[in-house]
Design a protein around this ligand. Structure first.
Ligand SMILES: Nc1ncnc2c1ncn2[C@@H]1O[C@H](COP(=O)(O)OP(=O)(O)OP(=O)(O)O)[C@@H](O)[C@H]1O
Ligand SMILES: [Mg+2]
Length: 482
């Protein structure tokens, strides 16, 4: 049943129901008609018997009793089989359409039937191979009869008429044939009508939809399912078409975005090359300038006011150097060199690097390790750079002091390092931008710290998340595959 098409499932199911209902109805009707035919024929037999009885009485009243035998013999027609008169007291046959029978006794069965019946009845009995109706009618001893017969009220003779059932059988078999042909025709025409109707109303449109979907599957989103119908199929077609239109639009949009993205990536790649080249060009002269300044400052005495200017220049050179390094690291990120790292040792080393700065800024540092925290495989230098970026950002966010909480946890298959500060927080609208290169709110910042950090963590197959509330603080979470 599973592999059958919808159409055939529907047709077979409906026909099955029709077959049961119509079949039941036809069968019931057939039985009813058959009963009517039999009743009808029985009445006919009764009538025949009555007519014969009256004929006999007339013959008797006319005093032609001797003609009984001849009269009975003349009655035999195509369906009147036998007619006889017998004496009820001993069953002796008085006259019969079969002359040889006269003087013999009737069957005890016929006798019993006569004894037990008050009213004339019709019987069906298996006789000489062919079934026939048999009717026994007492001939009453009424007043006119008593001119010859004694007035003792006794029945003197019983008429027994046998009529063939051949006609009834013929009518019934004709009825059956007609019913069979009629029901077959009804059933066939219903089946054909149903098949045509399902094909037109369901099959065609469904196949149309399937064809449309096949084309869509093959990648053609411009196809539409055209139907002039206003019913459910029409509505389905309308939804399908509008869905296809939406899909088509979405795909064009994706193509457009993709092309734009590609252009952007290409541009960024060129910019990256440019930035890297530029940074390289600046790095070496910067180193020369730095050592030259060192030489010049050696010539100045301890109290020389020009020393302050020199220190300013050195600070600016350092800043320039950091910017150049950041630019280089962002434009040309190096592949992570993965080794097994004990995370506790790495965190302690990082904390020791910023301890002095924290004390100076009145910032409390706390580290909290979850259980099971041991080590993981990653590039320790790069991950330390990420933590340093985040810690220094936190320090910048807490100019008046505060607290920085570092937590390390193992969650499922990841190592999670969270860094929470009690700084100024990041406004909602900036949250989307802080990881973009060159986004900064500090006049001495380059805005590359978090961009570089995210590149590093993603190169490790991990991610950085941030949560922040203005006035309360920020939490950065570094998630690395363990
Ligand atoms: N913990 C924090 N609290 C508040 N703001 C933060 C925090 N961390 C980052 N920010 C915001 O995100 C911006 C971008 O940070 P990012 O580290 O990328 O650049 P930067 O610190 O400004 O410059 P640099 O390149 O020197 O690091 C910062 O300018 C700051 O506005
Ligand atoms: Mg920073």
């Amino acid at each position: 049943m599973g592999a059958l098409s919808l159409k055939w499932k529907y047709i077979i199911f409906t026909l099955l129901i029709l077959f049961i209902v119509l079949g039941g109805f036809f069968l019931y009707n057939l039985k009813y008609q058959e009963r009517l035919i039999i009743e009808d024929d029985k009445e006919r037999v009764e009538l025949i018997a009555e007519i014969i009885k009256n004929g006999l009485i007339t013959i008797m009243l006319e005093g032609r009793g001797k003609e009984f035998q001849k009269f009975l013999e003349s009655l035999i027609a195509e369906d009147i089989k036998e007619v006889r008169i017998f004496r009820p007291s001993d069953g002796a046959i008085l006259a019969s359409s079969i002359p040889t029978e006269v003087g013999e006794k009737i069957y005890t069965l016929d006798m019993q039937r006569y004894m037990n019946q008050d009213q004339p009845e019709v019987f069906t009995r298996q006789g000489d191979g062919e079934p026939f109706y048999s009717m026994v009618v007492p001939i009453p001893n009424e007043r006119p009869c008593q001119r010859c017969h004694r007035d003792d009220g006794e029945v003197r003779g019983v008429l027994d008429v046998e009529v063939s059932t051949r006609k009834t059988a013929g009518r019934i078999s004709e009825l059956r044939e007609r019913t069979a042909v009629f029901s077959l025709l009804t059933f066939l025409s219903l089946a054909v009508a149903l098949a045509i109707l399902t094909t037109l109303l369901v099959n065609r449109p469904v196949e149309g939809i399937i064809r449309t979907m096949k084309k869509v599957e093959a990648g053609d989103l411009s196809v539409r399912f055209v139907t002039g119908r206003k019913d459910e199929i029409g509505r389905l077609a309308a939804s399908l078409n509008s869905m296809l239109a939406e899909l088509d639009k979405a795909r064009q949009e994706i193509h457009r975005c993709h092309a734009e993205e590609m252009r952007h990536v290409e541009r960024m790649a060129t910019m990256g090359e440019l930035a890297a080249a530029l940074a390289h060009e600046i790095k070496n002269p910067l180193a020369s300038i730095s050592s030259a300044i060192q030489v010049i400052s050696d010539d100045f005495g301890q109290d020389d006011p020009r020393r302050e200017v020199i220190e300013d220049v050195v600070r600016e050179i350092e800043r320039l150097d950091k910017t150049v390094r950041d630019l280089l690291s962002f434009a040309k990120p190096s592949e992570p060199k993965r080794i097994y790292v004990d995370i506790r040792t790495l965190i302690e080393r990082t904390v020791s690097l910023v301890k002095a700065q924290a004390e100076k800024q009145n910032i409390q540092l706390r580290v909290d390790y979850g259980k099971d925290v041991d080590g993981a495989v990653f590039d320790p230098q790069q991950i330390q750079q990420v933590m340093m970026n985040i810690i220094l950002n936190a320090f910048h966010a807490m100019p008046g002091g505060g607290a920085l909480q570092i937590g390390v946890r193992k969650v499922d298959e990841t190592l999670q390092i969270s860094l929470s500060d009690t700084g100024e927080g990041i406004p909602e609208k900036s949250l989307k931008s802080i990881f973009k290169p060159f986004f900064t709110t500090r006049h001495t910042g380059t805005g590359l710290g978090l961009a570089i950090s995210r590149n590093i963590v993603e190169a490790h197959g991990g991610e950085i998340r941030v949560e922040s509330q203005v006035g309360i603080g920020s939490t950065f979470k570094i998630i690395l595959p363990a």
